[in-house]
Design a protein around this ligand. Structure first.
Ligand code: AOS
Ligand code: ZN
Ligand code: ZN
Length: 387
């Protein structure tokens, strides 16, 4: 069995990108419940994200969403973020909220709407030049609700054309990550519904086009760790949008619904070279905290990823390989489960203290007074995370 001391240094490589929208008010189609202290500006979202990093040491970058996080001067915003100890990360384009996009964006039957959607992504690339971001993340809500509503085949051709126009404008150190989702908000078909479609379009674009895997974007029962293994094997896993779900794209705290699935995913990430030295896979969160505190919700999320990463690193791969080769099914499973069942919380507390971090980041945050401070300061005008 691998010991915690043997993995302690490897664990230092863990870096999770938090989404700006996790700090804003969000909700469901039924209601958005506001909460006191919610950020009113992009700067306040970044301040909250930097607080998560300060207490955990796990969240050195913040993903932005355009236009939700639009400012006049992104170079200044970058300086502001770096002054708080965090970098600006993935730029998420948004072609799902303008009225023009009701029937699609890059796949719309009207070339003028497709043009508008391409231009929005080109504008996001300009933002990336100012923020120093590597990734442009494209998630399309595009799809149809009824058979016959759209030409499924033509939409794929239009999508390929639009993505190509965007991709060619990226600089050599930038990437396009294309996120798939099996349904919602479209209910009959979605134009990028699965990892295969995203991969096909990425292969058509070039080496710097990769798949973004959102853990909430699969039909129930999907073996997500298989997709992780396959995309890493092909060198096409660009990023995760980590969250957890009980039924659909619930965007709950990652690991809260199924820590074992998170562990299995991270085992494949580590096995496939997606973690640590030389990896270019972004471990991003994509979550909404509708009923829980937003900053503590993000702290819990990054701590869950840290705990399952530690357990996955403990997997005795040498013994596992031996059992596999011997065809010893039960021993192989026992070795795998042994790592998952290992309680690393005490070791992690000591690991954090050795690195100048609070042993219990959640307790430290709750006792820090930060929440009371932002609730007192931020009165009125809270920004929704999603608009
Ligand atoms: C939508 O369901 C996708 O998960 C998006 O990645 C994400 O929610 C979006 O980027 C925020 O609008
Ligand atoms: Zn997502
Ligand atoms: Zn989603």
């Amino acid at each position: 069995m691998t010991t915690f001391d043997e993995i302690a240094t490897r664990l230092e490589a863990l870096a999770i990108e938090v989404p700006s929208w996790a700090y804003g008010n969000s909700g469901t189609r039924f209601k958005v419940f506001g909460s006191p202290g919610t950020p009113r500006t992009v700067e306040e979202k970044i301040a909250d994200a930097a607080t998560v990093h300060r207490f955990t040491g796990l969240a050195p970058s913040v993903a932005l969403h355009i236009p939700w996080d639009l400012v006049d001067d992104f170079a200044r915003l970058r300086e502001y973020a770096e002054g708080l100890g965090v970098a600006l990360g993935t730029i998420n384009s948004n072609t799902f909220q303008d009225d023009d996009y009701k029937l699609g964006s890059l796949t719309h039957a009207d070339p003028a709407v497709r043009r508008k959607a391409v231009q929005h992504n080109l504008d996001c690339i300009e933002v990336m030049h100012a923020t120093g971001s590597r990734d442009l993340k494209i998630w399309l809500a595009d799809g149809t609700n009824y058979p016959g509503q759209g030409d499924i085949r033509a939409r794929q051709d239009w999508l390929a054309e639009g993505l190509a126009e965007i991709y060619v404008q990226l600089s050599d150190d930038q990437r396009l990550v294309l996120e798939y989702k099996f349904f919602e908000p479209a209910f009959y078909h979605t134009d990028v519904p699965d990892w295969g479609t995203s991969l096909v379009h990425c292969l058509g674009l070039g080496d710097r086009a990769k798949v973004c895997l959102d853990t909430g974007h699969h039909a129930p029962g999907t073996n997500i760790e298989f997709i992780v293994a396959q995309l890493l094997r092909l060198g096409r896993l660009g990023s995760f949008d980590f969250n957890s779900r009980f039924y659909a794209d619930d965007d709950l705290i990652v690991g809260a619904a199924d820590p074992f699935q998170l562990f299995r995913i991270l085992v494949e990430v580590i096995r496939g070279g997606g973690f640590g030295q030389g990896s270019d896979v972004a471990l991003m969160l994509d979550q909404c905290h509708n009923v829980e505190g937003k900053v503590p919700g993000q702290i819990r999320s990054v701590l869950n990823v840290q705990e399952m990463t530690a357990r996955a690193l403990l997997l005795d791969t040498a013994a596992l390989e031996k059992a596999r080769v011997a065809g010893d099914v039960l021993l192989a499973n026992e070795i795998y489960m042994d790592a998952f069942y290992t309680d690393v919380r005490r070791d992690l507390a000591a690991w954090r203290e050795e690195r100048g971090l609070p042993a219990d980041p959640m307790r430290a945050y709750l006792e820090s007074g930060y929440q009371a401070q932002i609730e007192a300061e931020r009165v009125g005008g809270a920004q929704a995370g999603w608009s």
